[in-house]
Design a protein around this ligand. Structure first.
Ligand code: ZN
Length: 189
C-alpha cells in the first residue's frame, strides 16, 4: 500500500465480516507454516555446524538468508491489514485475528484498527508528526533532512489542520520600520 491518503475499509455485512476474518486466519496460518519451515531448515544447518564445528561460506550465507526471510515474514504480516500495527492496541487486533475494520495510516505506512485510529491518530496534525520525528531524531536544532522530507511527503495526509501558531514578533519584523525617518525621530526624542 502506497497511498498518501487515510483509507478506512469498512464492512457492515456480518457474513462478509466473517469471510474477511476467515481470510485473515488463512493468511496467518500460512505465514506461521512458512515460519516453521524456515526454522526447521535453520535447525538442520545448526546441527551441521555442531557436528563439523564450521559451515561452508555458502551454508553461512543461506543461514543468514533464512533469518532475513523469517524477519521479513513477520514484518510483512504486521504491516498487512490482518492485524493492528499498534503494540498498545485498544482492541485485540494486535495479537489476535479479529473481524475489526482497519484504517491505513500513510505517515506510519501501516494498518491500524478503528478504535486505535479514533483514539490516537484521527486528530493528529502534521505538527504532531514533526514533533514526534524530532523526538526520535537525536539532532537538536533545525529539523534534519529526513524530517523535512517526511514532513513534505505527508503534509496533506492528515485529516486535522494544525492549530494556527501564536504570532511572536522578532526584531527582524521591525527592521524595515526602524529605517523610517519619523520613527527615528521619535526614538531620538
Ligand atoms: Zn489497534
Amino acid at each position: 500500500m502506497k497511498s498518501l491518503k487515510i483509507k478506512k475499509i469498512t464492512i457492515k455485512d456480518s457474513k462478509l465480516r466473517n469471510l474477511r476474518k476467515g481470510l485473515r486466519q488463512v493468511i496467518d496460518l500460512a505465514v506461521h507454516d512458512k515460519h516453521v519451515y524456515y526454522t526447521q531448515l535453520e535447525k538442520l544447518y545448526n546441527e551441521k555446524w555442531d557436528k563439523r564445528g564450521k559451515l561452508t561460506p555458502s551454508q553461512l550465507k543461506r543461514i543468514r538468508e533464512l533469518s532475513r526471510l523469517k524477519n521479513k515474514l513477520h514484518d510483512d504480516l504486521r504491516k498487512s491489514m490482518c492485524f493492528c500495527a499498534f503494540a498498545c492496541c485498544l482492541s485485540e487486533a494486535y495479537s489476535e485475528v479479529t473481524d475489526i475494520d482497519m484504517v491505513w495510516i500513510p505517515w506510519y505506512q501501516g494498518w491500524y484498527c478503528v478504535p486505535c485510529f479514533e483514539e490516537y491518530f484521527k486528530d493528529m496534525t502534521i505538527d504532531d508528526y514533526i514533533h514526534e520525528l524530532n523526538y526520535y531524531d537525536e539532532d537538536i536544532g533545525p529539523p534534519s533532512r529526513y524530517v523535512r522530507e517526511q514532513a513534505a511527503k505527508y503534509r496533506h495526509s492528515f485529516l486535522k489542520k494544525p492549530e494556527p501558531r501564536e504570532y511572536r514578533p522578532t526584531i527582524d519584523n521591525f527592521k524595515p520600520w526602524l529605517k523610517k525617518p519619523w520613527l527615528k525621530k521619535i526614538i531620538k526624542e
